[in-house]
Design a protein around this ligand. Structure first.
Ligand code: ASP
Ligand code: MG
Length: 417
């Protein structure tokens, strides 16, 4: 017997037929003797619709009331799935965030889970009942419903798994795992059977959309093993009672990965913009003068490159923000031009950031150099580079984005293993 959390995303519960299919996945695990808590998202498209209604009612609205509206999508799915489970003879009960309770902080619309009281859920396991929990929501210190930010039901699932001490958190989605890169760009992409928490965190942060970044962070901190698999696989196809595992990717501790690769995956994000400040005085405090005001206005700066000044007096400073923040960033820079003292500002939108991720980089030299040579070979110009312990990223023109992804995927042999 194991204790499992099973999480189903929006496409997996998009209509009543699919909810019935989900019920059969749950029944399979219950029949195998496991204790099961299910976490559900809203039906596909529902949350978008609810969000648009709040905007239509008033563009400037109270975040608490936004939460009241958008949390409703998950409430519907939890009730429907409990009904579908009962209809096939599985004892099940729906739970909203406030009922468990899942306690969050007060940041309505982007709340963080602070604590989950597991007692009620564990008591229900004792009587053989499945808990069907609404993802994406909890209850704030103000005693009102709070939502966790878009995509937050992944985080709900991992948090519940940590709280009840689950053996595994299974994330059922519309793809059958985590791939070496996006198969829509590189058809030779392969599914990874295992990936470490650290690598998955980088993959998710750098553009892979399988899991919400925060859920991976939480899994890493609490050591929750997460298994990503497809809900479209026939529920009875694999007899898990005999220990067989369906196609999928296990996100786990790096010590649990036997075949270690130097490079595990290639991620990319679109809509990056580059801003360059030309001829900035090269003196202490100038970076603070540039990035302080941007941070104060909640503009997220990503890559930063500063060139060495020829005579030590002036330098160029280049950094990236998302396309949607360029206008705001230019305004902030203009307002602080006096303190910063740059001569000219240039900006370019529509760039792509391609990232190479792999825990093996810690112990292998020359991984990035291989990429630079391969990109040069294809005539792809690199505008900026950042590196950290287990990844590096290059900023390039969007036209070359897909070519860069395919080139790097093949230069590290990811299509072959
Ligand atoms: N339904 C919410 C959203 O669409 C939460 C989730 O699906 O994870 O953002
Ligand atoms: Mg999702």
């Amino acid at each position: 017997m194991a204790r499992l959390v099973m999480k189903f995303g929006g496409t997996s519960v998009a209509d009543i037929d699919r909810i019935r299919n989900v019920a059969r996945h749950v029944k399979r695990e219950v029949d195998a003797g496991h204790e099961v808590a299910v976490v559900v998202s809203a039906m596909a498209g529902k949350t978008n619709e609810l969000v648009s209604w709040t905007r239509e009612a008033s563009p400037m609205h109270d975040a608490r009331e936004y939460d009241t509206v958008v949390a409703a999508g998950e409430q519907i799915t939890s009730g429907l799935l409990a009904i579908a489970l009962q209809a096939i003879g599985v004892d099940a009960r729906s739970w909203q965030g406030w009922q468990i309770p899942i306690r969050t902080n007060n940041a309505h619309g982007a709340a963080r889970i602070e604590a989950i009281e597991p007692d009620t859920l564990i008591e229900r396991f004792g009587i053989g009942q499945v808990a069907v929990i609404s993802g994406f929501q909890g209850i704030g210190p103000d005693n009102r419903i709070a939502t966790l930010g878009r995509g937050g039901s992944d985080t709900s699932a991992v948090a519940v798994a940590a709280a009840i001490g689950a053996d595994r958190c299974d994330i059922y989605t519309d793809v059958d795992g985590v791939y070496t890169t996006d198969p829509r760009i590189e058809p030779k992409a392969r599914r990874l059977s295992r990936i470490s928490f650290e690598e998955m965190l980088e993959m998710a942060s750098l553009g892979a959309k399988v899991l919400q970044v925060r859920s991976v962070e939480m899994a890493m901190v609490h050591g929750v093993r997460v298994f990503v698999r497809s809900s479209f696989e026939a529920p009875e196809a694999i007899d898990s009672s005999k220990g067989a595992m369906p196609p999928g990717t296990l996100i786990c501790d790096e010590d649990d990965i036997v075949e270690k690769q130097v490079v595990t995956g290639i991620a990319y994000t679109r809509d990056e913009a580059q801003i360059s400040l030309r001829r900035v005085p090269d003196k202490p405090g100038v970076s603070a003068a540039v990035f302080g005001p941007l941070a104060k206005d909640h503009i997220n700066v990503d890559m930063i490159v500063q060139s060495v000044s020829e005579d030590g007096s002036r330098t160029d400073m280049t950094f990236t923000v998302s396309d949607s923040d360029v206008g705001k960033a230019l305004k902030v820079l203009d307002a602080h031009r006096g303190e910063i003292g740059y001569e000219m500002v240039q900006s370019d939108k529509g760039m792509v950031k391609v990232s190479v991720i792999g825990i093996g980089m810690r112990s292998h030299a020359g991984v990035a150099a291989t990429a630079f040579a391969a990109l040069a070979d294809k005539g792809i110009n690199i505008r900026a580079i950042t590196t950290s312990e287990i990844k590096f990223s290059v900023l390039i023109d969007a036209d070359y984005g897909e070519l860069a992804v395919r080139t790097l995927h093949s230069v590290y042999g990811l299509d072959k293993q």
